[in-house]
Design a protein around this ligand. Structure first.
Ligand code: GTP
Ligand code: MG
Length: 281
C-alpha cells in the first residue's frame, strides 16, 4: 500500500470532536483536565478567565480521536464569554464538588443554560454527558453522597464518576468511558449509547426516592395527611413498598429509601395505636 493510501485510511478513521466542561466556579474543572492531559495537580486556585482551550489526541479502539477541549469558567461573570461555546459539542463534563451541596444543586441550571444557548432545535440526546463528583479525597467535608449523585446522573442517561484531581482517582477511567461513548455515538449515527443501569429503573422510582429523601416527617414520607388512619398508612406503605422493594428496584438509594419507609410506617402505626388507646381510656 502506498503512503498516500495509508494516509487516507488513517484520516478516515480519525475523529475530531468538541467537548466542554461545565460547573460552578472552583469545583475543579480545570484541575481535572490538567490531571488528565498533564498528569499534575495545582493546589493554588487560578480561576479560568472566560474559556481555556486545549487539544489532545487519544486512541479509542482502532480510531484516533482529536479532542478539542473548551474549559469554561464557572463564575457567572463570564456568562457572556461562555455562551458562544455551547454549540456543536459532542461531549460535556459536568463537575460538582462533593463538599458543596450548592454546586450539586446547580447542575440543573448548568443544563438549563446549555439548552437555552443551544436553541430550541438542539438535541441533547446527541451529546454524551459525564458527571464528575469531584474532590472525593476531602472525605471529612463530603456532604453529597454517591447514591445521590449517581441517581441524578444515571436517571438522565449520563455517566457518573467519583473523581479527585488531587489524587488522580477516577480521572483516567472517567475520560476513557467518556471518549469511548463519544466514539460509539459517532459510529451509531449520532445516537448516545445507553449508560449504566438507567434503563432498568423508572422516572417514578427516581422521583419517589428524591421525595422520600427530602420529606419533613413520617407522614410526609408516606404521602398521607397527619392524623391519617391505620388503613391509610398501610395502603400508602404498600404502594411505596411495591415501587421501591430492593428485589424490584435497582435505582441508586432505593435500599435506604425502602428502609426509611419501613421505619416511617412502624413509627406512624405506633403513634396511631397510642392515640386510639388514649381515646378508649
Ligand atoms: P473556575 O475556572 O473558576 O470555573 O474553577 P474550576 O472549576 O476550573 O476549578 P479549579 O480546577 O481551578 O480548582 C479550584 C480549586 O479546587 C483549586 O484550588 C484546586 O487546587 C482545587 N481542587 C480541584 N480539584 C480538586 C480535588 O480533586 N481535590 C482537592 N482537594 N482540591 C481540588
Ligand atoms: Mg477553571
Amino acid at each position: 500500500m502506498d503512503t498516500n493510501t495509508q494516509k487516507r485510511r488513517d484520516n478516515k478513521k480519525s475523529l475530531r470532536v468538541k467537548v466542554i466542561s461545565l460547573g460552578n466556579a472552583e469545583v475543579g474543572k480545570s484541575c481535572i483536565i490538567k490531571r488528565y492531559c498533564e498528569k499534575r495537580f495545582v493546589s493554588k486556585y487560578l480561576a479560568t478567565i472566560g474559556i481555556d482551550y486545549g487539544v489532545t489526541k487519544v486512541q479509542v479502539r482502532d480510531r484516533e480521536m482529536k479532542i478539542n477541549i473548551f474549559d469554561m469558567a464557572g463564575h457567572p461573570f463570564f456568562y457572556e464569554v461562555r455562551n458562544e461555546f455551547y454549540k456543536d459539542s459532542q461531549g460535556v463534563i459536568l463537575v460538582y464538588d462533593v463538599g458543596l451541596k450548592e454546586s450539586f444543586d446547580a447542575l440543573d441550571s448548568w443544563l438549563g443554560e446549555m439548552k437555552q444557548e443551544m436553541g430550541s432545535h438542539s438535541n441533547m440526546e446527541t451529546i454524551v454527558f459525564v458527571v464528575c463528583a469531584n474532590k472525593v479525597d476531602l472525605t471529612k467535608r463530603r456532604v453529597v453522597d454517591e447514591s445521590e449523585g449517581r441517581l441524578w446522573a444515571e436517571s438522565r442517561g449520563f455517566h457518573y464518576f467519583e473523581t479527585s484531581a488531587q489524587s488522580g482517582e477516577g480521572i483516567s477511567e472517567m475520560f476513557q468511558a467518556f471518549f469511548s461513548s463519544i466514539a460509539d455515538m459517532c459510529e451509531n449515527g449520532g445516537r448516545r449509547p445507553v449508560v449504566g443501569p438507567s434503563a432498568s429503573f423508572t422516572r417514578e422510582q427516581v422521583d419517589t426516592i428524591r421525595r422520600i429523601r427530602s420529606s419533613k416527617d413520617s407522614w410526609d414520607m408516606l404521602g398521607v395527611k397527619p392524623g391519617a388512619t391505620r388503613e391509610e398508612v398501610n395502603k400508602a406503605y404498600r404502594k411505596l413498598a411495591v415501587l421501591l422493594h430492593p428485589d424490584k428496584c435497582v435505582a441508586p438509594g432505593s435500599e435506604d429509601a425502602f428502609k426509611a419507609v419501613v421505619n416511617a410506617r412502624t413509627s406512624l402505626l405506633k403513634s396511631i395505636k397510642f392515640l386510639v388507646s388514649l381515646k378508649t381510656d
